[in-house]
Design a protein around this ligand. Structure first.
Ligand SMILES: [Zn+2]
Length: 396
């Protein structure tokens, strides 16, 4: 490391520690005023205002109504680095996924890197990606080309373990609508029950589960099942998530379900329609070189039990969409014990606890040092990009 790098290294650590109280005010404000996906207008204003004052060129309502971007351009050639912030809450449990802390980590990382990037060159983006839980802000942004010229995109999510993240399932959200014919329930022979077709479809789709590849998940609910017991329901609907390690397989499984529904509708004299009712999520492409780098920085900061890349996908995230556009990492930082589940009020409470504060510091410092290493050592960035190109080529 050169003298400049040693100085930059210390500046990054110092920047996060010096301003931690300000970051925790942001985290607490979001905790107190949780806004669900696509409704995060006040949260967006809060974060944009902070970045504005920190010297970023900001745009609110970027790509999607509650998205934003904060840019800092050194005016000198160099890499384009994107730090992602999530900030949507959940119904009932508020910030039960800890996205308020993700935003705090993103802003802290951005401010720390802004303090040192001039000596290296390049451009820094703090990207506000809303609605992770339902509408996939990152999917819209990836489609709009936000990450096309980005060299690396990073973020850290809180949880019960330290880690470098892992694969996530592709998610295909499909709605089945059934159209029958209303009738008086004592003259059912003149009607056709959309509900019967929906119920039989639900059972048949359950049976498909046995015949799919491991790590495939199918789960659905009855959304509409009729209004009154004395009317043969003319309309019913089911909403499903089909999840699999790749989108191609999620779609293949969806097709099996559609075939089942088609047969059942024929048997019940009912017609059907399918639609994509929420935003489909891609699986997440792993970048091992980037994961190794974050691991190294976490270790340097004294973090222990750092989980390696999780190769088994369970949940889904819109980070997947970004991971198909540029080398991407979603690391994890421990802010609570394993007994605390995701999407709970306890997880929300952990974000404003001393462990949440410490997690913010370590995560922002870890991301900051990772970015510094890439600015200082272009060969490392080249290796990360080469891995990205090679992996994507195998997926096409
Ligand atoms: Zn989350």
């Amino acid at each position: 490391m050169t003298t400049d790098t040693i100085k930059a290294h210390d500046l990054i650590l110092q920047s996060v520690e010096d301003k931690i109280d300000d970051y925790m005010v942001l985290v607490q404000t979001m905790y107190d005023n949780p806004e669900i996906g696509n409704e995060e207008f006040e949260t967006m204003a809060l974060l944009v205002d902070y970045l504005d004052k920190a010297g970023f060129k900001t745009t609110a309502g970027y790509v999607v109504p509650t998205g934003f971007i904060g840019e800092y351009d050194t005016g000198k050639p160099g890499p384009v680095i994107a730090v992602m912030c999530e900030y949507d809450a959940l119904p009932e449990v508020g910030h039960g996924c800890g996205h308020n802390l993700i935003a705090g980590i993103g802003v802290a990382t951005g401010e720390a890197v802004k303090g040192i990037i001039d000596q290296f060159g390049g451009k820094l983006l703090v990207v506000g990606t809303p609605a992770e839980e339902n509408f996939g802000g990152k999917v819209s942004m990836a489609q709009a080309g936000v990450f096309d010229n980005v060299d690396v995109a990073l973020m850290v999510h809180p949880g019960s373990q330290n880690g470098v993240g892992g694969r996530s399932n592709a998610l295909n959200p499909i709605k089945f609508e059934f159209f029958g014919k209303n009738a008086h329930a004592c003259q059912p022979q003149t009607g056709a029950s959309a509900l019967d077709a929906a119920v039989m479809s639900y059972l048949q789709i359950n049976l498909i589960r046995q015949f799919v590849n491991p790590h495939t998940y199918i789960h659905g609910v009855v959304k509409d099942g009729g209004q009154a017991a004395n009317v043969i329901p003319g309309y019913a609907s089911l909403e499903y998530y089909f999840r699999a390690p790749t989108m191609a397989y999620a779609k293949e499984v969806t097709e099996k379900a559609v075939k089942a529904v088609e047969g059942i509708c024929l048997a019940n004299d009912v017609t059907y329609k399918t639609s994509v009712y929420e935003c489909p999520y891609e699986d997440t492409v792993i970048n091992y070189a980037l994961a190794d780098l974050l691991t190294e920085k976490y270790q340097e900061l004294g973090l222990t039990d750092i989980q390696p890349v999780d190769e088994v996908a369970t949940g889904s995230t819109d980070v997947g969409a970004v991971s198909y556009k540029c080398p991407t990492i979603q690391g994890f930082i421990k802010i609570c014990g394993e007994e605390v589940g995701a999407h709970t009020k306890e997880m929300a409470a952990a974000t404003i606890s001393p462990d949440g504060k410490n997690g913010l510091i370590k995560a922002a410092q870890g991301l900051g040092l990772t970015i510094l290493d890439l600015l200082e050592n272009p060969d490392k960035l080249t290796a990360i990009k080469k891995e990205f190109d090679e992996t994507i080529a195998t997926l096409k």
